[in-house]
Design a protein around this ligand. Structure first.
Ligand code: ATP
Length: 367
């Protein structure tokens, strides 16, 4: 199947027995985009990918490639390429034959098979290994073969399910750049499943953050990182301080909440489902405040009135990460560039505008 301008998933769902592994997925993928499906284990990422691939029939919704409905087509008719975590290479075929396999299956002329195979080998920088068997390659090299084998067929969409999870940390970093480079140079459209937020943030044009089978937020890395739509997304994006509390005062989007025997100001966050207008939070509401450790700074001046006792100190590159207990017993993850010791009493400053306050949704899975 040739390329498309847009791939649209509308109300896509997949139920196993009585459980929704995936529900109400609405997503438009534009040609050339790199989309990451992100979320904790079991949130429905692989289910979404398998529905797209045609490996799993939908139990609700439809998938459209421009004006053509494709969710009723078998996988081979969709013309998508797939790259899995376990590479799924043919162990008895050389790198070259693994890559050429799909082209031969299509009964393309020999010359064309040779030309396209060699170009793909060059593209993934495996020219020196083309005659080897997969078992003679490193994990990263095997994953490059899998990528070449999927992309040599010039698929309209490439689906990748945690392709880097079997690699060591250094190779994972290298392969992130490599995959992004291939995506760009081959003009691919890519849907990439990962549970690693850094991987998703660094590679994708847009992220689809999922939880319990449902989309929590769709946005650019910057949007998801700086304005998480729910406290669950914040949790997933490294807002390690998640504080259940009761709202003391409200002035539009500015809300005042109690913390450490004093009060601090935060910014009320509108849930994606809420219609605009009206106040998001009222005095007395149960809420969850979220702030990153990087935005909770230690100092020795007492400008904010917020103070605490240092409990644990860890080196984190150029800064120290410190856990601090406040007079009300709340424990905060903080950062500091000055030397602090456990037991020391310190003042604490929260970067203005960075304490996000979400309406409590009653879910009981606070970390
Ligand atoms: P992981 O990263 O661990 O693979 P995921 O986000 O990809 O997780 P899915 O594999 O899509 O999650 O699973 C979503 C939910 O659907 C899980 O609760 C899972 O147990 C359930 N599920 C997936 N496949 C099946 C199946 N074939 N039969 C029954 N339940 C299933």
């Amino acid at each position: 199947m040739s390329g498309f301008n847009e791939l649209r998933l509308t109300g896509v769902g997949r139920r196993f027995g009585t459980a929704d592994a995936l529900a109400d997925l609405d997503l438009t993928i534009r040609r050339g985009e790199f989309i990451a499906l992100l979320g904790p284990s079991g949130c429905g990422k692989s289910t979404a990918l398998n529905c797209l691939a045609g490996l799993l029939p939908l139990t609700a919704g439809s998938i459209w490639q421009d004006d053509q409905r494709i969710d009723t087509l078998p996988p081979e008719k969709r013309g998508f390429g797939m790259v899995f975590q376990n590479y799924a290479l043919f162990p008895h075929l050389t790198v070259r034959d693994n890559i050429a396999f799909g082209l031969r299956m299509r009964r393309l002329p020999k010359d064309e098979v040779r030309r396209r195979t060699e170009a793909a080998i060059e593209m993934v920088r495996l020219a020196d290994h083309a005659s080897k068997l997969p078992g003679q390659l490193s994990g990263g090299q095997q994953q490059r073969v899998a990528i070449a084998r999927a992309t040599v067929l010039e698929p309209s969409l490439v689906l990748m399910d945690e392709p880097l999870s079997n690699l060591d940390a250094k190779l994972r970093l290298e392969m992130r750049t490599e995959i992004r480079r291939l995506h760009q140079s081959l003009g691919l459209t890519t849907v990439y499943v990962t549970h690693d937020q850094e991987e998703a943030l660094s590679m994708a044009d847009r992220l689809v953050v999922m939880r319990l089978g449902r989309v929590q937020q769709i946005g650019t890395p910057e949007e998801v990182h700086t304005k998480p739509a729910t406290w669950h997304v914040a949790d997933f994006m490294g807002y390690r301080n998640l504080l259940p509390l009761t709202v003391s005062r409200v002035d539009g989007d500015a809300v005042v909440v109690p913390l450490g025997g004093t009060t601090v100001e935060g910014v009320a966050q509108r849930p994606a489902s809420a219609t605009s207008g009206g106040e998001i939070l009222s005095v007395g509401d149960e809420a969850i405040a979220a702030v990153r450790p990087e935005d909770v700074r230690l100092g020795n001046d007492d400008v904010t009135g917020l103070r605490g006792r240092v409990e644990v100190v860890e080196y984190q590159g150029r800064e120290l990460a410190a856990e601090v207990t406040l007079p009300d017993g709340v424990r905060l993850h903080t950062r500091t560039d000055r030397k602090v010791e456990p037991g020391e009493h310190v003042s604490i400053t929260i970067t203005p505008g960075r304490l996000l306050v979400y309406p409590s949704d009653g879910s009981a899975d606070l970390p």
